[in-house]
Design a protein around this ligand. Structure first.
Ligand SMILES: Cc1cc2nc3c(=O)[nH]c(=O)nc-3n(C[C@H](O)[C@H](O)[C@H](O)COP(=O)(O)O)c2cc1C
Length: 319
């Protein structure tokens, strides 16, 4: 009984610690890096312009105040952190101007925006935003994609050897196709290939006993707290981080690699130790680890992990 009471007490200290981390590093905190906050804020706000442009019938001159706000933030932003906000804004503004040209509309605001676009271009920025054409996956009637999704299994036996850094980069690049809230892309990936460091990290993780010794490549997926602001968003970094992690698992699968997600259901003290061993900043929260490598055999033995009946988890509402 005492043991359970003690365990329940942990909720208070852990939630308190979570609250401190969120308040200290979130996008509203005066203690968080100003430029990083601007980075995320510009991405988020610019995305709302992109979204407006992607509607079937965008409203003429929509979002003028928003665009003025973005321009104001761009003028304050230091692009050495990342040029994406400028590229994204340029693309969105160009899309906005194109739309109004097609509509045959003229307005002082459009002249002003056009001048700002020219200013960005003169500064060497190239557009990378606005809209694009997208389509549902149809390859082989969708069968390829279905078979691909169904064939992934967690791998717990790896060939020894470090994966090439170009391959690792391409895996992360593929994972970046995951959706994220307002396209803010708060997820980050840390890769470890040093056996001693991996051993320490996996010891702290605790769920890879029995195969930790065969892990020569380890991802730690994190999410940057500064990308999130306000109490309503307190859990969203885990949503985006999990989607990104799934993308990374599928990217491994698509490249003939085996991968195993590894939980980070840990106390804050352990999270801190992992960050210290892994050189991860205090403004990042840990999402999960992923062990990755070439599978020991092309058809490796995997836990069956049977799924529940779909009818048990699917509730069809309505008509
Ligand atoms: C967030 C998360 C954490 C996991 N943690 C572990 C872990 O610590 N150790 C492990 O061996 N497997 C871990 N797994 C793998 C699950 O056991 C596995 O995904 C599940 O049984 C379904 O099997 P499948 O991945 O082969 O489809 C984890 C999976 C997820 C999604």
């Amino acid at each position: 009984m005492m043991d359970k009471t003690w365990k329940l007490m942990f909720f208070f200290s852990e939630f308190f610690r979570d609250m401190y981390t969120f308040i200290r590093h979130n996008g509203y905190s005066p203690l968080a890096s100003r430029n990083k906050k601007l980075f995320y804020k510009i991405l988020i706000e610019t995305h709302t312009v992109e979204k407006g442009l992607s509607l079937k019938e965008p409203k003429p001159l929509f979002g003028k105040d928003k665009i003025n706000g973005i321009i104001h933030m761009l003028n304050e932003y230091d692009r050495t952190y990342s040029s994406l906000p400028l590229e994204m804004a340029l693309g969105a503004f160009q899309g906005y101007l194109d739309l109004h040209r097609t509509l045959g509309l003229s307005d002082d605001f459009l002249f002003y925006l056009d001048a700002y676009v020219e200013h960005l271009k003169r500064d060497g920025t190239s557009g990378n935003g606005g809209t694009k054409r997208a389509a549902p996956w149809l390859g082989n009637g969708g069968l390829d994609a279905k078979a691909f999704l169904e064939s992934r299994s967690s791998c717990r036996m790896f060939q020894p050897g470090k994966l090439d850094s170009r391959l690792l980069t391409s895996l992360v690049e593929l994972a970046q196709s995951a959706p994220s809230q307002c396209n803010r892309q708060s997820s980050r990936v840390h890769v470890y290939q040093d056996r001693a460091v991996i051993a320490q990290l996996l010891e702290l993780q605790g769920g890879s006993r029995g195969f930790a010794h065969s892990v020569d490549n380890l991802f730690v997926v994190t999410s940057e707290v500064t990308a999130w602001g306000g109490a309503g968003q307190r859990n969203q970094l885990y949503v985006d981080g999990a989607l990104f992690s799934m993308g990374l698992l599928l990217a491994c699968h698509a490249n003939g690699l085996g991968a195993c997600p590894l939980n980070l259901a840990i106390l804050n003290t352990v999270e801190k130790k992992i960050c210290s061993v892994g050189g991860i900043e205090a403004s990042e929260r840990l999402i999960m680890m992923i062990a990755v490598g070439k599978p020991l055999e092309s058809h490796f033995r995997a836990a069956r992990s049977p799924r529940r009946l779909t009818a048990e988890i699917l509730q069809l509402h309505g008509g």
